[in-house]
Design a protein around this ligand. Structure first.
Ligand code: AMP
Length: 271
């Protein structure tokens, strides 16, 4: 594993590789990230892992400021991997001074859930991902299903800008209690963590009653159950037929976003 902040140096190094994989991350790496990297290493000869907290995707400056940054620890976690190159740029390596996020039109998908809760978020995500894809021109780029709406947006992005790259979704990795791994989990106190592990239980309950209840009834059941959980405030709970947004993914999924104390968490499962 070697780390660089200049993309041109990386491009020079990977020029002769048969297959390049890209794993974009914001760092504070956990087992969810590592499982994506391992999956990428099976398919691709060289895997570029980007570690960059992209300011353009944060609609809340306070959230950006407190987002965990641990590059030293991240590099330690990647040390034992062969065939990995880390791209760890600074803001000025990625954006020109005063550069704004691009404005995309991905349609209805950006008007719901994370798109609605975090205005401008997906324009920021798509801007940085488009830059990374154009810099490295990977054969495959890997994204977690944990951020399923983001995965859909990226699939739409590469269609829109006609980039020849496979976008590969990777399953959500959870801890032993079922809490989806997230860089934000380290903000949870002991009692907040107890509440956070109820999130997967809410999603599983939705899955259990899906075949026998209407969407409206499922929503009201889940919101009622969520109200009884200490510290937990639901921002949204949705049952979405994914094919409405991307024809080739024929799945129904339950999505949740909530605040536990000051920590915002999202999760989803296939139902
Ligand atoms: P982040 O650093 O949070 O921006 O995440 C970088 C990539 O890792 C994104 O594609 C996420 O969807 C993915 N990811 C984050 N958490 C998990 C998880 N628990 N399991 C699988 N993938 C994840």
């Amino acid at each position: 594993m070697r780390a660089y902040s200049s993309f041109k140096e990386i491009v020079r190094l990977v020029k002769k590789a048969d297959s390049i994989g890209l794993v974009p991350t914001m760092g504070s790496l956990h087992d969810g990230h590592l499982s994506i990297i391992k999956k990428a290493l099976i398919k691709d000869e060289i895997v570029i892992v980007s570690i960059y907290v992209n300011p353009k995707q944060f609609n809340d400056p306070g959230d950006l400021k407190k987002y965990p940054r641990n590059l030293k620890d991240d590099l330690k976690k990647l040390k034992s991997f062969n065939n990995i190159i880390v791209y760890a740029p600074n803001d000025r390596d990625v954006y020109k001074e005063e550069e704004e996020a691009q404005k995309y039109n991905f349609g209805k998908i950006t008007q719901i859930m994370e798109g609605k809760s975090r205005p401008g978020h997906f324009d920021g995500v798509a801007t940085v991902v488009e830059k990374l894809l154009s810099m490295f021109n990977p054969n495959n780029a890997y994204f977690g299903e944990k951020d399923f709406q983001q995965l859909l947006i990226i699939k739409k992005l590469v269609k829109k800008i006609k980039l020849d790259v496979n976008i590969i979704g990777c399953e959500t990795i959870r801890d032993s209690a079922g809490l989806a791994m997230s860089s934000r989990n380290k903000f949870l106190s002991k009692s907040e963590r107890k509440s956070a592990i109820q999130i997967i239980k809410l999603l599983k309950r939705a899955k259990k009653i899906y075949n026998t209840s209407s969407t409206i009834d499922i929503k009201s059941d889940i919101l009622k159950k969520a109200k009884a959980i200490d510290n937990l405030k639901i921002e949204y709970f949705e049952i979405i037929n994914v094919s409405e947004f991307l024809k080739d993914i024929k799945e129904v999924r339950a999505f949740i976003a909530c605040k536990i104390g000051n920590t915002r968490l999202i999760d989803n499962i296939r139902i």
